[in-house]
Ligand binder design. Structure first.
Ligand SMILES: [Zn+2]
Length: 311
């Protein structure tokens, strides 16, 4: 029996990450050639309008809304022939995402805001943010995979957006989800964790190390390789903790804890610095009271979850 947590009602760690709140019923086994046109014909349908890395938002009561009715989506230049079906809400209404031209993204009371800012500033509710992660990843994949990678001819969207089919050689192409391991290495004494900072981080911010999983590699091996490459620290056992959809452009962050076997740190070119942090120092960083002004990634980021749950 695999180690499944024995508290059935305890919230999953993944549920506490940003972009993880998607509750649409995907009905993936029922997708077919006309899924999108049938959904668009439903007057209850709601559509996310997505530019290149930005979503169209408009005032909605006290906050901002991202869902548009079909008429509004048409009026704002949504390209229905490129729409993807995300799923169905609990009342059965279909939810879709459609690309829009950047030029139409700032008319009247509409604003186009990049996905990262929407997440960091908490501009949307968790369910909509989760649906946005799904739509953003799919739309980004279609934008960059218009041509068949086998023969070079144009391919066409199919099955609600979860496939492209080449009109020339009939090859089928499927959306990508790229796994990235993100890990908190814990020192052999169990009392310190390893954090690093990349040159493009905000001033003073330290975070978990991370890297793409390579072909033919297990998640555990990727954690060991990346930690050794980036910080020179050797890793023994690795345990999975949580995952996070990360639509930049279509990544799945896989959060792990890693037991360090060595302590000496040698940073590579990717990092500006890496070092061990004791629990007291992490507490100070969370409280915004670190003597050197050091801080952690914001809550909602899986790195923050790994660090806080370890603490
Ligand atoms: Zn082809």
């Amino acid at each position: 029996m695999p180690p499944i947590p024995d508290e059935p009602d305890a919230p999953e760690p993944s549920a506490r990450t940003g972009f993880a709140g998607n509750r649409l019923e995907r009905r993936s086994e029922k997708r077919h050639a006309n899924s999108v046109s049938e959904a668009l014909a439903d007057p209850r349908a709601r559509v996310l309008l997505l530019g290149e890395g930005r979503a169209l938002l408009r005032p909605n009561g006290a906050g901002l809304g991202a869902w548009f009715g079909i008429d509004d989506a048409d009026a704002f230049g949504a390209r229905a022939e490129h729409a993807v079906l995300l799923g169905y809400r609990t009342d059965g209404a279909p939810a879709l995402a459609a690309p829009v031209d950047e030029q139409s993204l700032a008319e009247g009371d509409l604003t186009a805001i990049d996905y990262r800012s929407i997440h960091m500033q908490g501009l949307l509710d968790a369910e909509t943010l989760g649906a946005l992660a799904q739509g953003a990843a799919l739309i980004a994949w279609h934008r960059s995979h218009r041509f068949c990678s086998r023969c070079g001819h144009q391919s066409a969207i199919a099955d609600g957006g979860y496939k492209r089919v080449c009109g020339h050689c009939q090859a089928q192409h499927f959306p990508r989800t790229d796994p990235v391991v993100i890990m908190l290495a814990v020192a052999p004494d169990g009392r310190r964790c390893l954090l690093g900072r990349s040159p493009h981080f905000p001033a003073g911010m330290y975070s978990c190390l991370a890297g793409f999983v390579e072909p033919g590699e297990t998640l555990e091996d990727a954690v060991r390789r990346e930690t050794e490459e980036e910080a020179g620290v050797r890793i023994g056992q690795v345990g999975y903790h949580a995952s996070q959809p990360w639509p930049f452009p279509h990544t799945l962050m896989v959060g792990c804890y890693a037991r360090a076997l060595t302590e000496t740190i040698t940073v590579d070119d990717e990092l500006e610095d890496a070092r061990w942090f004791e629990r007291g120092e992490i507490r100070a960083m969370i409280a915004g009271a670190h003597p050197d002004g050091l801080k952690l990634p914001p809550q909602g980021a899986i790195a923050s979850l790994l660090i806080r749950d370890w603490l």
